[in-house]
Design a binder for this molecule. Structure first.
Ligand SMILES: [Zn+2]
Ligand SMILES: [Zn+2]
Length: 345
């Protein structure tokens, strides 16, 4: 088959590799759409902590089941599916408590084992979710990342209808968080520095979309919420900074709740601990997409979320390197970029 294989930092080659064979309890999926993730960029630059070479990247994908390994049940040939990235052990303490997204031996498709920048990929059958008839492969390739937003919003801060929710960051995770919070009946304000992302948030109709760089965010928070502050805040930025964590604290109300979704490679952030204690502000954290495939597919099937509106580019797999550069440039209107491994160059 053809695949885009990462041989080392910055060295991605479109080439012929052996077809994958399904192990026990695995299936082969013919990849019809694979979205590019920000973490693929880290991988491309050799900066993903668990990545080894050579490796086929790609973990946000959908396709058709074309072969079944020994012992597979519950999934049929020809089924249209999307796929969970997390491969958990099922035996450790967190797994036994049902919290498989924080498994002690967690492995991830496209980093610890080969992913879907390829015509075919082998995956555990248990990771697959059948697609509703009216959900396209492109839309389904957005479910992995939408599920990160869903877990953060629905499970970690759980807004009630009518509550005020602030989302920091309008990349794919932040946009998804705003859409999910809106679908749950919350009043959403999204904060973002980049104009083209603010424009996308406005296009999706997720409530107010503001650039925090020239405003007093605390004053703005009070003005937007009847003088109280946001009930719930979802931080979706991360990176080599910590301002967005402090901003989350400034936005939230007394007794409110914050969840941190962003990844902070420096592994630290300074928080005003006395301020937080005196107001009993809850801060928790959200890791990955957990128990979110079914509800996210449902949101897309019923039209509450339409990833087609924020898929900005659709490219053949031969152009994977161009696609990664597009995403990285951040001066073009690149939101979600989808690769099509079955398309000719
Ligand atoms: Zn991803
Ligand atoms: Zn486990």
């Amino acid at each position: 088959m053809k695949a885009a294989v990462l041989h080392g930092a910055g060295d991605l080659r479109y080439e012929t590799v052996p077809d994958p064979a399904p192990g026990p309890d695995e299936v082969i999926v013919r990849v019809e759409a694979c979205s590019i993730c920000g973490s693929d960029l880290h991988g491309f630059h050799g900066k993903h902590p668990r990545l080894t070479f050579p490796r086929i990247l790609g973990h946000e994908f959908a396709g058709e089941v074309v072969a079944l390994g020994a012992g597979v049940t519950g999934i049929a040939l020809g089924q249209r599916v999307c796929c969970d990235i997390d491969i958990y052990c099922g035996r450790c303490g967190p797994c036994r408590e049902g919290r498989t997204n924080i498994c002690e031996k967690l492995r991830t498709l496209g980093f610890d084992r080969d992913g879907a920048y390829a015509e075919y990929v082998a995956v555990p059958a248990i990771n697959l979710y059948p697609l509703p008839e009216n959900v396209s492969y492109d839309q389904a390739s957005a479910v992995q990342v939408l599920g990160i937003s869903y877990h953060a919003v629905a499970h970690r801060v759980s807004p009630r209808p009518g509550e005020y929710v602030a989302v920091i960051g309008a990349g794919p995770v932040g946009l998804g968080a705003a859409l999910v919070a809106t679908s749950l009946g919350a009043h959403v304000t999204i904060f973002e520095l980049l104009d083209y992302r603010l424009a996308m948030a406005r296009k999706l109709g997720v409530g107010a979309a503001l650039d925090p760089s020239h405003i007093d965010v605390r004053k703005e928070a009070l003005a937007l919420t009847g003088g109280r502050g946001f009930d719930k805040v979802v931080e979706c930025v991360g990176g080599f900074q910590e301002k967005t964590v402090q901003m989350a604290v400034a936005l939230v109300k007394r007794g409110g709740k914050i969840t941190i979704v962003g990844t902070f490679p420096e592994n630290k952030a300074t928080i005003p601990i006395a301020y937080i204690k005196d107001r009993e502000i809850d801060i928790n954290f959200s890791r990955g997409n957990f128990q979110a495939f079914a509800p996210c597919l449902d949101l897309i099937a019923k039209g509450a979320v339409d990833p087609d509106l924020y898929i900005s580019h659709r490219l053949p797999l031969t152009r994977a390197v161009d696609a990664l550069h597009l995403l990285e440039a951040r001066n073009v209107e690149a939101h979600k970029i989808v690769l099509h491994p079955q398309d000719p160059a």
